[in-house]
Design a protein around this ligand. Structure first.
Ligand SMILES: Cc1ncc(COP(=O)(O)O)c(C=O)c1O
Length: 388
């Protein structure tokens, strides 16, 4: 069956009439990239997250790369990363010739284990990139204390977690830099796109410079100042977010509370439906933080449930339900294995990654769709015990 015909797709982007209007308006304007919309989006993002500065970029991957450059991380240095994440988290240090040091996760929330961060710090460690897995913040208090004790930087990979709070404070405002993604399945979308947040003005300036070829003045600034001259003072990139993306981002960000409320509501309903099914472990919510459920990742315990994750995945797919898996531990993927990272062992991530399955979840998912997914899961349980 074509994936687009699934009864319950993994994700459906939520694009409104307002979003469409915002995009069309830009297409009739004079600045299609590097103009006022990106600046407006940055300002709004700063207000929303409480970060002091926001720098819009072409993707979260670009934000992570710029973070490594702006922190002056380079060859022979080490950056600690969780092993259960998307490739981009570990690729950022590799882009600058540094070594990603993979680290195991906590079983209770699939986030990087603070204890293991500490164990992996060496003289070469410059930074740790923490990932707020699935939209639930890491133990930021503990992580910031470890980082301060050992004088290393913290980069927050917030790709899943725009709007998530840890002890009342937004993710992306704890470390030196926060990196956000607006890929279509993420909390808000600009189709492709990202943002870097920071509380340091010089750091924000450096990110901006590197985003635009290392040029001292953008085309927009040159036209507005009636001056043609610019210098190139660093090795930069073209990591700009264009004006169409920014306009869509502004429109989406304006209704982020509604988006996140709908996600949380859908997650609560899933939990209510799945809680009683033997062998299914629903996501754990820590007390001192919000979970936004970019991912609703259940665990399938084969012994109790009767079949394993892969078999359940196949059976759900056959019924028109499209789950997903986040993630295969990176050291088990070909590129990292061939680069010499494959011989290590991360017992928690290795075990959990065989059990996890992300269920379809998007702001417009209906209760009937969740009922259907829950019913199909329950029917495959050996005890046939239905949830509530
Ligand atoms: C944890 C994590 N970090 C980074 C990224 C990269 O985001 P982008 O696609 O915006 O580059 C992703 C994308 O899925 C992700 O899941």
């Amino acid at each position: 069956m074509d994936k687009t015909e699934n009864e319950v797709p993994f994700f459906v982007p939520w694009i409104t009439e307002e979003d469409r209007k915002a995009v069309l308006e830009v297409l009739s304007s004079r600045w299609l990239t590097g103009g006022p919309k990106a600046k407006e989006f940055e300002k709004l993002f700063t207000t929303y997250t409480g970060a002091k500065y926001s720098v819009s970029v072409s993707s979260c991957t670009a934000a992570l790369h710029l973070a490594m450059r702006a922190l002056n991380i380079g060859p022979k240095e080490e950056v600690i990363v969780p092993v259960l994440t998307f490739a981009a988290t570990a690729n950022a240090p590799l882009f600058v010739g540094a070594n990603p040091v993979f680290t195991d996760i906590d079983e209770k929330n699939f986030n990087i284990s603070p204890k293991q961060i500490e164990e992996r710090i060496t003289k070469k460690t410059k930074a740790v990139i923490v990932v707020h897995y699935g939209g639930q913040p890491c133990d930021m208090k503990e992580i910031m204390e470890i980082a301060e004790d050992h004088n290393i930087e913290v980069v927050e990979d917030c790709a899943h977690a725009l709007g998530a709070l840890y002890q009342g404070k937004n993710v992306g405002t704890f470390g030196a830099v926060g990196c956000f993604s607006f890929y279509p399945t993420k909390i808000i979308t600009t189709i492709e796109g990202g943002m870097a947040t920071t509380h340091d003005k010089n750091f924000a300036d450096r990110l901006q410079l590197l985003r635009e070829h290392g040029m001292t003045k953008t085309a927009y600034a040159r036209e507005n100042n009636a001056s043609w001259y610019y210098d190139v003072v660093d090795l930069g990139y073209n990591y700009r977010m264009n004006e169409v993306q920014a306009a869509l981002g502004i429109s989406q960000l304006k209704r982020i509370d509604e988006i996140n409320e709908k996600r949380k509501e859908a997650a609560r309903y899933y939990t209510q439906k799945l809680n009683g099914i033997e062998g299914i472990v629903v996501p754990n919510e820590e007390e001192d933080r919000t979970h936004l459920y970019h991912l609703y990742a259940i665990r399938v315990l084969r012994e109790k449930f009767g079949i394993d994750r892969n078999e359940l995945f196949k059976r759900l797919s056959a019924k028109g339900i499209a789950p997903s898996v986040h993630f295969t531990p990176l050291h088990l993927l070909t590129f990292y294995k061939e680069a010499g990272y494959g011989k290590q062992s991360f017992p928690v991530a290795e075990r959990i990654s065989k059990e996890i399955m992300s269920l379809p979840l998007f702001p417009t998912i209906s209760r009937a769709q969740i009922d259907f997914v829950a019913k199909e899961i329950a029917e495959n349980c050996k005890s046939k015990k239905l949830g509530k």
